[in-house]
Write a protein that binds this ligand. Structure first.
Ligand SMILES: NC(=O)C1=CN([C@@H]2O[C@H](COP(=O)(O)OP(=O)(O)OC[C@H]3O[C@@H](n4cnc5c(N)ncnc54)[C@H](O)[C@@H]3O)[C@@H](O)[C@H]2O)C=CC1
Ligand SMILES: O=C(O)[C@@H]1CCC=N1
Length: 271
């Protein structure tokens, strides 16, 4: 058994698979230390999770009973009923919820008083150990729980502790953000294909460009506006491309997506 102990997932869908695969690939734990439950009708995530080599079942209780750390990775709407079903066996357990918009208050209110809860917002690049996660401690979570959470999340990318009031906009930024970036990569490639570049080469160059640009912002700590200016030669092609983006509301669209996604999180959380 790894130092982390057995890891359970209530819900074995996309994000659970990304995290579990990252934990295994990062050497943090073995597939044999992981167990997940899925909805009995969900053959797709049953097969996908099972293919990681981890035990995959259609009941929630064995996941809680047999795990030291239990991820809550079902859709927000079913979190209360799933917790209701395992409440009796959840005393003194550590739960880590990734459910969008489900507050610590709701999570703790649906579990026994002695359960410890941490809220996390991960993202799917965890699959390739390039995830971006944040976490918030619940009232009963102790330093050891925070350390375990940090260790788990750092094995699949970056991780920082935040306060709960930031979780909805963080969900909209880094939780949902990969989807915005994938659309951008697809759009870059579509434009390139129209200009005669082969499709596979277009994806390769577009994805490396996004990866390198993110890395440059992160590692150089230079303001992104300055880095943008550095690409724009006077009267050059980039300035022409940027003018097109500005005329078509690119900045407002991207910023607006973060605002719209935050509003949706707030609808779910009732804030
Ligand atoms: N997909 C993503 O990029 C991210 C998702 N999240 C959060 O993760 C949670 C899951 O999202 P996804 O993985 O995208 O959804 P998904 O639809 O891929 O997975 C949901 C999983 O829950 C299972 N499930 C449904 N009802 C169940 C029940 N009663 N008992 C046990 N398992 C049950 C399903 O079989 C499936 O395995 C959501 O709360 C979402 O807000 C958080 C961060 C990123
Ligand atoms: O779309 C969603 O609801 C979840 C939350 C963050 C990413 N996916």
């Amino acid at each position: 058994m790894s130092a982390i102990g057995r890891i359970g997932f209530l819900g074995g869908g996309k994000i659970a698979q990304a995290m579990a695969k990252g934990f295994i690939a990062g050497g943090l734990t073995k597939a044999s230390n992981i167990i997940a439950s899925v909805h009995p009708s969900d053959k797709v995530s049953f097969e996908s999770f099972k293919s990681l080599g981890a035990e995959t079942i259609t009941e929630n209780s064995p996941v809680v009973k047999g795990s030291d750390v239990i991820f809550i990775s079902v859709k927000p709407a079913v979190v209360p009923s799933v917790l209701e079903g395992v409440k009796e066996i959840s005393a003194n357990k550590l739960f880590i919820s990734v459910a969008m918009g489900i507050t610590l208050n709701t999570l703790e209110g649906n579990l026994p008083e002695t359960s410890r809860v941490i809220r996390v917002m991960p993202n799917t690049p965890a699959l390739v150990k390039a995830g971006c996660s944040v976490f918030v401690r619940g009232a009963k979570a102790n330093d050891s729980d925070a350390n375990i959470t940090q260790k788990l999340l750092e094995s699949i990318g970056t991780c920082e502790e935040v306060t709960e009031n930031l979780l909805d906009p963080i969900t909209a930024l880094s939780g949902s953000g990969p989807a915005y970036v994938f659309v951008m990569i697809e759009a870059l490639a579509d434009g390139a294909v129209r200009m005669g570049i082969p499709r596979d080469m277009a994806y390769r160059l577009a994805s490396q460009t996004v990866l390198g640009s993110g890395q440059l912002v992160r590692d150089s700590k230079v303001h992104p506006g300055q880095l943008k200016d550095d690409v724009c030669s006077p009267a050059g092609s980039t300035a022409a491309g940027l003018k097109y983006l500005e005329n078509n509301g690119f900045r407002a669209s991207v910023a607006g997506a973060v605002e719209a996604a935050t509003s949706r999180c707030k609808e779910i959380s009732g804030n």
